[in-house]
Design a protein around this ligand. Structure first.
Ligand code: CS2
Ligand code: MG
Length: 416
C-alpha cells in the first residue's frame, strides 16, 4: 500500500503535523518556503515570499506559527486557517496573511498528496484546458518595446504587458536590462528612482498607438501604471487609451482609496485591474461590490492562501469580476504551481501573469507545469506539483534586498 493510500485510510495520527520549517534561499532573488511534515512522511510546501520583507514573514512563521502547528491534524485546513487568522488577534496585513498563506498552501499540498489528486481536482475539477497567460515586454523606448512585444508574440503569447522608458526618467518601472526577468529589489537599501506623471502621461498613449499599428488589434495588450497616478490623471489615461482597447490597465491609482476608481469609471471604459498588494477579502470587497474594477489580482501567496483567495474569487464572480493573479518573479514557483491549479478550476478566470523565473530558481523548485501556445498547463501530480531541492537551496544564502522608492523631481516622496 502506498504512503498516500495508508495515510488516506490512516488515522489522524498519520496526518499529525510533526515538524515544520522555513527554508530561505536566494537563487538570483530571495524566496521563503515553508515545509510542513506529517507523521506519515507526506509533506507539503507553501510559498512565504514577500519581496523586500522576506525575513519578517520567516520570523512570523518560526516564532508565532510553527509552534502552533505541531500536533495539529494536517487535514483540518479550514480550522487551521481560522486558528491562524482569528487567533492572531492582530489580524490581516501582508506579513500575517503571507504566513497564513504558506501554511494553507502546504496543507492543501499535503491533502492532494494524501488523496493522490492534483489540487485542481480537490477544488472541483477542470473548468478549462490551459490557462491564458501574459508575458512582460519592455523597452527603453517605444521602438524597443514594440520589438519586445514582437518577440513575445513569436514565442506564442496571446497577451503581452507592455512598459517602456519615459524620457528624462532614469530606472523606469518595469523596464528590464538585457532581456532579463525584471527584478526590482536590487539593493540592500531602497534604490531611489525619479517619477514624472506629466512625462509619463504624454508617452503612454503614443506607446499603445504604435503597438496597435505594429501588432494589430487582436493581440491582448496590458499595462501597469503601478500606483503612480492621481485619480483624475488615471481617468485621463484610461480615456486616452480607449482607442487601443487594452485588456486591462493595472493599478491606475493607489487602491487604498476606492473612491479614486469611481472617478476613473466616470470617464472611461478601459478595463481596470487591481489587487496585487491586497492581502484579504476586505481590501477587495468595496471595489468589487461597487463594480469599480474588472479584474482582481490578489495572489494566493499574499492573501491567506487557497482557502481565502477562493472566497475572494467567489465574491468577484457575483459581479462578473474575473481573476488575474499576480505572477511576478518575486512569487516563487510554489505560488505559480498552486495558482495554475486554482486558475484551471475557478469559474471566473481572467488571465494569469507569467514572469519567467531564472533557470537557477527553476532548478531549486522542480515543477510540473508547462507553457505552450500562450497558455500554462498545471500538471497531474498530487498536490500543487512543485517541490524544492533543499541541497541546492542551501547553496544560495539569503541576501538582503529592498524594493526601490520613487520621488518627484522636487524631492516629494511618491509611490514606486
Ligand atoms: C508588478 C510586480 O508584476 C507586476 O504587476 O506590479 O512586478 C511588482 O512590481 C513586484 O511584485 C513588487 O515586488
Ligand atoms: Mg503590477
Amino acid at each position: 500500500m502506498s504512503i498516500a493510500q495508508s495515510v488516506l485510510q490512516g488515522s489522524v495520527r498519520d496526518r499529525q503535523i510533526v515538524a515544520a520549517r522555513v527554508i530561505v534561499t536566494s537563487p538570483g532573488r530571495n524566496f521563503v518556503t515553508l515545509k510542513v511534515e506529517t507523521r506519515s512522511g507526506v509533506f507539503g510546501l507553501g510559498d512565504a515570499t514577500l519581496n523586500g520583507r522576506e525575513l519578517a514573514v520567516a520570523a512570523y512563521l518560526e516564532h508565532h506559527v510553527i509552534p502552533n502547528l505541531i500536533g495539529r491534524d494536517a487535514g483540518c485546513i479550514e480550522d487551521t486557517w481560522q486558528f491562524l487568522y482569528r487567533g492572531a488577534y492582530w489580524r490581516r496585513g501582508p506579513v500575517t496573511m503571507t504566513a497564513i498563506a504558506a501554511v494553507d498552501v502546504a496543507l492543501w499540498d499535503i491533502l492532494g498528496k494524501m488523496a493522490g489528486l492534483p489540487l485542481y481536482r480537490l477544488l472541483g475539477g477542470r473548468s478549462r484546458e490551459g490557462v491564458l497567460v501574459y508575458g512582460h515586454a519592455s523597452g527603453r523606448d517605444i521602438e524597443e518595446a514594440s520589438a519586445e512585444v514582437a518577440r513575445f508574440v513569436s514565442m506564442g503569447y496571446r497577451a503581452v504587458r507592455a512598459q517602456c522608458g519615459v524620457p528624462g526618467l532614469k530606472k523606469p518601472y518595469g523596464v528590464t536590462r538585457e532581456k532579463n526577468a525584471y527584478e526590482p529589489a536590487e539593493s540592500e537599501l531602497p534604490a531611489e528612482t525619479l517619477w514624472s506623471s506629466p512625462a509619463y502621461l504624454e508617452l503612454v498613449p503614443k506607446l499603445f498607438d504604435r503597438l496597435r499599428a505594429d501588432h494589430g488589434r487582436s493581440l491582448e495588450l496590458l499595462h501597469d501604471v503601478h500606483h503612480r497616478l492621481a485619480p483624475i490623471e488615471a481617468a485621463r489615461l484610461a480615456r486616452d487609451l480607449e482607442p487601443y482597447r487594452l485588456f486591462w490597465l493595472e493599478d491606475a491609482t493607489p487602491a487604498d482609496n476606492p473612491a479614486g476608481f469611481e472617478l476613473i469609471r466616470r470617464h472611461a471604459v478601459t478595463p481596470l485591474a487591481v489587487g496585487e498588494v491586497f492581502n484579504s477579502i476586505f481590501d477587495c470587497k468595496g471595489l468589487i461590490e461597487r463594480q469599480l474594477i474588472d479584474f482582481i489580482r490578489t495572489s494566493i501567496v499574499h492573501a491567506g492562501g487557497v482557502t481565502h483567495v477562493r472566497r475572494i474569487a467567489d465574491l468577484a464572480g457575483l459581479y462578473q469580476v474575473r481573476t488575474g493573479f499576480h505572477g511576478a518573479t518575486d512569487l516563487s514557483p510554489v505560488t505559480m504551481g498552486a495558482a495554475l491549479h486554482f486558475d484551471t478550476w475557478v469559474a471566473n478566470f481572467g488571465i494569469q501573469e507569467y514572469m519567467h523565473h531564472t533557470e537557477q530558481t527553476l532548478e531549486v523548485f522542480p515543477h510540473d507545469y508547462t507553457f505552450r501556445d500562450g497558455r500554462l498547463y498545471c500538471g497531474e501530480s498530487p498536490g500543487h506539483g512543485v517541490d524544492i531541492d533543499e541541497q541546492l537551496a542551501q547553496r544560495y544564502p539569503y541576501s538582503p534586498r529592498q524594493l526601490p522608492i520613487a520621488r518627484l523631481e522636487d524631492g516629494t516622496m511618491w509611490d514606486w
